[in-house]
Design a protein around this ligand. Sequence first.
Ligand code: FES
Ligand code: FES
Length: 160
Amino acid sequence: MPTHTFILNGKQVRVDVEDDVRLLWVLRDVLGVTGPKYGCGLDVCKACTCHINGKAFNPCSVPVSDIKPSDEITTIEGLPASAGKELHPMQEAWLEMDVAQCGYCQPGQIMAAVALVREAQAAGREISDADLDGIRNVCRCGTYPRIRQAIQQGAAQMSP
Ligand code: FES
Ligand code: FES
């Protein structure tokens, strides 16, 4: 069986799985990292959103063979360390705004939010309503208004 290696939450990991296994199953079933959730498996619901080299992506739709040894994958489990804190400022904002209902979509929402804010900050601007409108992560519980407020609050605490 082929061996694949990449950086997961700051540590190099190695897995023996077939090339066409999607990264979400490698994370969840092989490596036991269950923050990224399975919703659709089709790059639509965004419940599995993680970061690859700092950008949001959906591992349900990426075969593990597409991941390079130098690629840095961050899941919600590794997000606090990326800010050098116990909780990332976006997670703190989420708690302050009491965003979650059932919680299922929330890791993906937070990962999408952080990537979006980083992108806006890198471009030297604040997060806009158009940015927030562009988030495609589905929440069956309809927590969208609180998500928008939390992103604004979290963005204010994230250093560019
Ligand atoms: S499970 Fe990945 S986008 Fe739906
Ligand atoms: S909080 Fe339930 S799906 Fe979003």
